[in-house]
Design a protein around this ligand. Structure first.
Ligand code: ZN
Length: 441
């Protein structure tokens, strides 16, 4: 084939390109410059033999690429030191071009090591090593700022619940902790730089989070994430639905199973057909209707313009619960509100939600699935830095889109479709709808 500048690498000159079925071998030579001794700086040097060397480069036309060349060795006439001529664009320790190393490192944050190894023709261990070096570099160079509005949530990784610290406004991960025990959170918060700048902390109803914040950041207002409150309501409706199942025929059970998402959706999101189906169910089962209506009415509390109005709406709602036929099903929820009331109603003074972690959970799940055989540290780095990469890519792609129209989190094209479905589950979309209608910032 004709050569051209297939290499496109300054400091190199291509001589011959051999094309094989699975690879290109590019015979090239480094563009030479006058030798200077690296030890004494003298330019009095003599040639001192050559070495045949080979580098790996990025794949080209889906073939692996090798660069073969003869490398000149020199010997200093003054101090006798010997050295090889310098190479540009090359990671000498790894016998690879710098651009290949960078490509692998960036890919390693979002793809499996096995897939990259296959693509680049290296073994998995090399990919893993490159990944670890990259993470070390990122830990040193990337400053993750202490958020003003901090989120605390959980993520299920490698069979365990992990504490997740987020930047609610920046919609990004700040830290992924090995667990969510109080002492782990306390240790993390105590060591946090500029912790006085944290103003609000949005958490789920996990007691150790509250205790740890009150102990280490007493100036911070704690807000319970609205999504977690609504989730509990959906669980109540689901519980009542399951209760009803026992009184149904097999065919009806299948149908109700099929229609269960209608109960989670907001009425305005239902199609005409869905609405009729739902009305059918609610008309047949008064307990289901009561549970469903109370859930929907609770949204109106969150729609209140101010805290006082929210309280009024809540107490009226509580009275309706007491008088309803599903009082028993709502009992735990009422106790939860009693227990967490201060933090739940703090929402009306600080309208923030941690909703983005729910979406990020989809990505977490994929990372978890891909992560069999990976350590917690690998998954943590992927969540912390992989998401940043995705967001950066997304930002360049979607610069023209106003911030509030942007998806809560960008979905990398490497993530399989399952993520898309977890990101847009009915629960999620009903939540997003709720978020859109009650401002959250
Ligand atoms: Zn010298």
């Amino acid at each position: 084939m004709t050569v051209g500048d297939l290499l496109n690498m300054p400091g190199w000159q291509v001589m011959v390109v051999e094309e094989h079925e699975d690879r290109y071998v590019i015979h090239a030579r480094p563009v030479s410059c006058d030798p200077v001794c690296p030890q004494c700086g003298s330019s009095a040097a003599a040639k001192h033999g050559k070495d045949h060397q080979c580098l790996r480069d990025l794949t080209c036309h889906a073939k692996h690429v090798f660069i073969e060349f003869s490398r000149q060795r020199f010997r200093c006439l003054i101090c006798k030191k010997t050295w090889f001529e310098p190479l540009s664009g090359v990671d000498e320790r790894r016998f690879a071009t710098l651009r290949l190393v960078r490509y692998i490192q960036q890919q390693s944050l979002t793809r499996t090591f096995a897939a990259i190894a296959l693509e680049c023709g290296l073994d998995e261990k090399s990919i893993r090593n490159l990944f670890h070096d990259y993470v070390e570099e990122l830990e040193r160079s990337v400053q993750i700022a202490t958020p003003v509005i901090m989120g605390m949530d959980e993520l299920h990784l490698l069979g365990q619940m992990r504490g997740v610290i987020t930047d609610v406004q920046g919609r990004s991960f700040v830290e992924v902790l090995p667990d969510r025990k109080k002492q782990t959170i306390v240790r993390y918060l105590a060591a946090l730089p500029n912790k006085e700048q944290v103003q609000v902390c949005v958490i789920d109803m996990w007691r150790p989070y509250l205790d740890a914040i009150q102990e280490t950041l007493p100036h911070v207002t704690v807000v319970i994430d609205k999504f977690h409150v609504i989730k509990k309501l959906n669980e109540i409706v689901e519980m009542v639905r399951k209760d009803i199942r026992s009184s149904l025929s097999e065919r009806q059970v299948r149908q109700l199973m099929h229609d269960r998402f209608l109960l989670l959706k907001r009425p305005r999101d239902l199609s005409e057909r869905d609405r009729l189906v739902l009305e059918g169910w609610l008309g047949t089962f008064p307990r289901l209707k009561a549970a469903y209506s109370l859930k929907e009415e609770f949204y109106e509390i969150y729609d209140a313009p101010a805290e006082e109005e929210a309280f009024d709406r809540f107490f009226a709602w509580e009275d309706r619960v007491m008088a309803s036929c599903v009082y028993d099903a709502y009992l735990d929820f009422l106790l939860t509100i009693e227990h967490w009331g201060d933090q739940i109603f703090a929402y009306f003074r600080h309208r923030y939600t941690g909703g983005f972690v729910e979406a990020a959970n989809g990505i977490g799940r994929v990372i978890d699935r891909q992560g069999r055989g990976y350590s917690f540290d690998v998954l943590r780095a992927r969540l912390l830095y992989g998401q940043r990469m995705r967001q950066r890519k997304e930002r360049t792609r979607k610069r023209a889109v106003p911030d509030d129209l942007r998806a809560p989190i960008s979905v990398d094209e490497h993530l399989p479709d399952v993520v898309l479905s977890t990101l847009t589950s009915p629960l999620q979309s009903s939540w997003e709808h709720a978020q859109n209608t009650t401002s959250s910032g």
